[in-house]
Design a protein around this ligand. Structure first.
Ligand code: PAF
Length: 271
């Protein structure tokens, strides 16, 4: 097991399985690390709070920074290397770290792209930079940020890169998706936040995407969540759908007590 903060020494870990994170590790991240161990060797976990992908500077400032604790947890879950580079290592002064062209799924769906302008440019810039430095065979991403997963997959399909391994969202007992931001909710707010999972489940029982969207919105609003979007889209490409004849996802973004919750669930395919 090793810990690094610089680029020097990373080459000893090239060709492995990579779990990129922004730290604040929770059970969801640790499941990714455990799965990574099954997929190959060595397992590299990065911990880097990427300033480029935050729209809200308070959110960036509040993001947990606890490298030693994160590294200890990642190691216990099986990481061979925990890499915690500084901003200067990722974005060195005088070096142009390019932003890859954004694929359609990063600009057109009107979901995270519309509500977090610039976010995916920041994500792809850092992900490409991390891939260039870590040079993994496989990279593991959670499904919770479904649009991010599609955006990264599209970039790799177009430009080449590691095989992307997607992992289902890790949930608390009552369905709330595990996330660093959800950790900021009070116990009472967590109870109300369950409405997100209830809404997604209700969507899966609807007989038409438009009904699913209405039911999700009603469920969220009845728990006093402020809805940004509650939609059903094609799983790949995130295009509008008229029926459930192909793989689709219900996707939600909603605010609760100043915390932005996002989640999604696959919808049944009707044959
Ligand atoms: O999903 C995340 O935690 C981040 O967006 C990622 C992929 C580590 C890039 O900063």
């Amino acid at each position: 097991m090793a810990r690094l903060t610089e680029i020097a020494g990373l080459n000893a870990f090239w060709g492995g399985v990579f779990v990129p994170t922004m730290g604040g590790l929770h059970e969801g991240h640790l499941e990714l690390v455990r799965k990574a161990k099954d997929l190959g060797h060595p397992v590299v976990v990065s911990v880097f709070v990427n300033p480029d992908q935050f729209n809200d500077q308070d959110d960036y400032a509040d993001y947990p920074r606890q490298f030693e604790a994160d590294a200890a947890q990642a190691e216990a879950a099986g990481a061979d290397l925990v890499w915690g580079p500084s901003n200067a290592v990722i974005y060195p002064q005088g070096e142009d770290v390019a932003t890859p062209d954004l694929p359609r799924v990063a600009t057109h769906p009107g979901l995270e792209d519309a509500h977090r302008p610039g976010h995916f440019a920041g994500v792809l810039r850092v992900v490409q930079r991390l891939f260039d430095l870590v040079r993994p065979e496989v990279a593991v991403f959670g499904e919770k940020d479904w649009q991010q997963l599609q955006v990264v997959q599209s970039m790799v399909d177009r430009d080449g890169g590691p095989r992307i391994h997607a992992m289902p969202t890790c949930r608390e007992a009552e369905g709330l998706a595990r996330s660093s931001r959800n950790e900021r909710l009070s116990p009472l707010a967590k109870q109300r936040a369950r409405a997100v999972y209830l809404a997604l489940q209700a969507a899966g029982a609807a007989n038409h995407p438009s009904t699913a969207e209405r039911v999700m919105r009603e469920t969220l609003e009845s728990h006093d969540l402020e809805v940004e979007y509650a939609v059903v889209r094609s799983s790949v490409g995130l295009r509008s759908v008229d029926d459930f004849s192909r793989p689709s996802r219900a996707l939600i973004a909603a605010w609760l007590d100043g915390v932005r919750l996002i989640d999604n669930l696959p919808m049944p395919v009707w044959t």
